[in-house]
Design a protein around this ligand. Structure first.
Ligand code: ASP
Length: 385
């Protein structure tokens, strides 16, 4: 009886001993070697060249070139950010803070620091600014409080840390990092997370540190809108922000690649204006708001959190790259423009792949964003064009 032996590259059937079989074996081995080339060669070859990157949209103007060194990208939220609603002073203020933040991370990377430190310290600058919906500038809950969510992930080890619903921690991203580094857990929430932050000696503030008039007015406006609408839509009202006279998301996030080839990403937010019932968005959810994996990319999300959780946006981008071997640009575009959009979700991501290619993909009118490459070239964007 003839036994069927599978013809694979690693198991050449031993019954093939005649010359014709030797020829077949030689051809098989050659074709395996060619296939192996695709997998083992410099992964850079699998990414689009510069001219292809130029064709991708939104971040095009920010992508100077693939650095092959280190790079950093940040966002300060995506939404209906329109030129016509923005004063030149306000625009200048956003740009200045984006630049200040990204330069902090850039200098850490330039001096050989880790991507984790770069992400954390960059986010700290935006958390300390009242301009963004994170830390100092966090939005208000329905109860008139501020509840912060944050997460960070190390692409080298796949370690991650997150905190949700904290009320007294000045820099929530520091808490996320501390959860990762100094606790056996990935996510802590509410009072427990506040206590852990105190125990760990993180900077604690009175809740009213987070009061800003602008954000409080947004809450009042939303509440008015809700009560004045007969058939109100909570979800839409919850994203109203009088500052730009339209829906907006102001979360902050960062993704970085360091000189050692390690990727990291982090995200910090006050969540949604008028949120209640202990609502938690995507920002502290590993895989939705933040994801990093040295084999693929590092991603930070911003947008309508419920949709980002349902679409597992950040991990989905990484998974597409891993399982389908597509570029970061293609993966991010597919997830944001197809999957997220088809669900009805709005927002965007900033991301870096393991070769330093950067992308900011969003389906909203704008996203506050900036990039710096190893040459120190800075690019800042706000609107789609
Ligand atoms: N994604 C955040 C949330 O849903 C909001 C934002 O990005 O501004 O909590």
């Amino acid at each position: 009886m003839i036994k069927l032996v599978p013809l694979t590259c690693s198991s050449i059937p031993i019954f093939m001993k005649k010359p014709i079989h030797i020829l077949v074996i030689t051809l098989l081995l050659f074709s395996c070697k060619e296939k192996g080339k695709l997998i083992d060669s410099n992964p850079q070859e699998n990414y689009p060249d510069k001219s292809e990157i130029e064709k991708t949209h939104h971040i095009t103007s920010l992508n100077k070139e693939n650095t092959n060194g280190f790079s950093i990208i940040i966002h300060g939220g995506a939404g209906t950010i329109l030129r016509k609603n923005m004063s030149s002073e306000k625009e200048a203020a956003y740009k200045a803070t984006l630049e200040e933040a990204i330069r902090v991370g850039y200098n850490i990377l330039k001096n050989g620091g880790s991507s984790l430190d770069a992400v954390q310290k960059t986010i700290n600058v935006m958390e300390d600014s009242p301009l963004f919906n994170a830390g100092k500038g966090a939005v208000f809950t329905n109860a008139g409080t501020n509840e912060h969510d944050a997460s960070i992930m190390d692409g080298k080890t796949l370690n991650a840390g997150a905190s949700a619903g904290t009320t007294i921690v000045k820099n929530p991203i520091n808490l996320a990092r501390t959860v990762m580094d100094r606790s056996p857990h990935v996510m802590l929430s509410g009072n427990g997370a506040n206590s852990f932050a105190k125990e760990q000696g993180l900077q604690i503030v009175e809740p009213d540190y987070f009061y800003t008039e602008k954000r409080y007015k947004s809450l009042e406006k939303i509440k008015e809108t809700e009560t004045s609408q007969l058939d109100h839509d909570n979800k839409v009202a919850a994203f109203y922000d009088e500052d730009i006279k339209n829906s907006k998301f102001g979360t902050v996030g960062c993704a970085a690649l360091d000189k050692n080839g390690n990727l990291a990403a982090g995200t910090s937010t006050g969540g949604m204006t008028n949120k209640r019932w202990g609502r938690i968005g995507d920002s502290p959810i590993i895989g939705a708001g933040t994801y990093a994996n040295n084999n693929t990319c590092a991603v930070s999300s911003t947008g309508w959190g419920e949709y980002f959780i349902r679409a597992m946006v950040a991990h989905d981008i990484s998974a597409l790259m891993a399982y389908k071997n597509v570029s970061l640009q293609e993966a991010a575009k597919d997830v944001i423009q197809n999957k997220l959009s088809n669900l009805g979700g709005t927002g965007g991501v900033v991301a870096i792949d393991k070769n330093g290619n950067m992308v900011a993909e969003f389906n909203t009118a704008g996203m506050y964003r900036a990039t710096m490459n190893a040459k120190g070239e800075l690019a800042i964007g706000i609107y789609k064009d």
